[in-house]
Design a protein around this ligand. Structure first.
Ligand SMILES: C[S@@+](CC[C@H](N)C(=O)[O-])C[C@H]1O[C@@H](n2cnc3c(N)ncnc32)[C@H](O)[C@@H]1O
Length: 255
């Protein structure tokens, strides 16, 4: 049942989770896939290097099955928002791969540099979704992002995910991030009263995501048991991390 998956972080391959989710059950997939644009540090995860290493074809071969599953699990008028490397966005790949879509450009200042983030946004039927009538400049908490960056090569600022969640979903909606990393999408979802399903193939990232979610859940802004579930076994071992253990972890509790 879908309720078995809600407000949980799964440690498994995205495909394993996606295949188990019922068709047309998710309001929005908001997910920040691997960028695959270079061999730089941005590709180096704790389980190894992004296999695409700058090769667009390999990048798509890896992600296409995930994309097709995302389209299957999203409700007919639901939403798919996928972050994408700008290199692939402007090489013509977006149009070939994703059909109708809108590119949403979100900008943020990183010290003195300005970084642009590319999101492909569409419905399950590939209808493009217009950019909202709002500024696309994100004010980020630099210190918080710096701390996240100690644990992951390319975390999203929570503020950016607030923007996406606010403009693509409404309270109570179910948001899936099947490559959740440190969980910024899930944190934004929980803070904004949405339900979430998260997944990453790194157990360490899942743990940090859950650690960030724990205080939000304890404050009552979301409901449901907080757990990492290994191997996506819904009936299997759900690992509850008590607050005491959460505090023992190196990662701080701010969001
Ligand atoms: C660009 S990062 C996401 C960062 C995330 N938005 C955050 O705020 O931390 C992509 C993530 O996808 C995960 N990933 C890559 N392939 C995966 C797969 N097949 N299944 C699950 N997770 C995967 C990586 O471990 C990585 O954490």
């Amino acid at each position: 049942m879908l309720s078995d998956y809600l407000n949980k972080v799964f440690h498994c391959d995205a495909m394993t989770l996606l295949k188990r989710l019922p068709a047309e059950s998710i309001d929005a997939v908001i997910s920040d896939w691997m960028y695959g644009t270079s061999q730089s540090r941005a590709c180096l995860y704790d389980w190894g290097c992004d296999p695409a290493k700058g090769n667009a074809k390999k990048h798509w071969q890896y992600h296409q099955p995930l994309y097709e599953q995302c389209r299957r699990v999203v409700k007919p008028n639901g939403i798919i928002g996928i972050a994408q490397g700008a290199k692939f966005a402007y090489d013509g790949y977006f149009d070939t791969w994703f059909g109708g879509h809108r590119i949403w450009l979100l900008g943020r200042f990183v010290q003195v540099q300005f970084a642009c983030h590319v999101w492909m946004v569409q419905t399950a039927n590939q209808h493009p979704i217009c950019f909202p009538n709002a500024s696309g400049i994100i004010r980020q908490n630099r210190r918080a992002l710096h701390e996240l960056s100690q644990h992951h090569p390319c975390p999203k600022p929570t503020e950016e995910m607030h923007f996406m969640v606010t403009h693509l979903t409404k309270p109570g909606d179910i948001i899936l991030d099947c490559c959740c990393g440190l969980g910024s999408t899930l944190v934004a979802a929980a803070q904004l009263g949405r339900r979430y399903i998260g997944c990453d193939k790194s157990r360490r990232y899942c743990q940090i995501a859950m650690n960030r979610l724990q205080p939000i859940n304890m404050n009552g802004s979301t409901t449901g048991r907080l757990s990492i579930v290994d191997d996506c076994g819904v009936g299997g071992t759900a690992i509850q991390v008590p607050a005491r253990h959460a505090q023992d972890m190196a990662f701080p509790h701010h969001t």
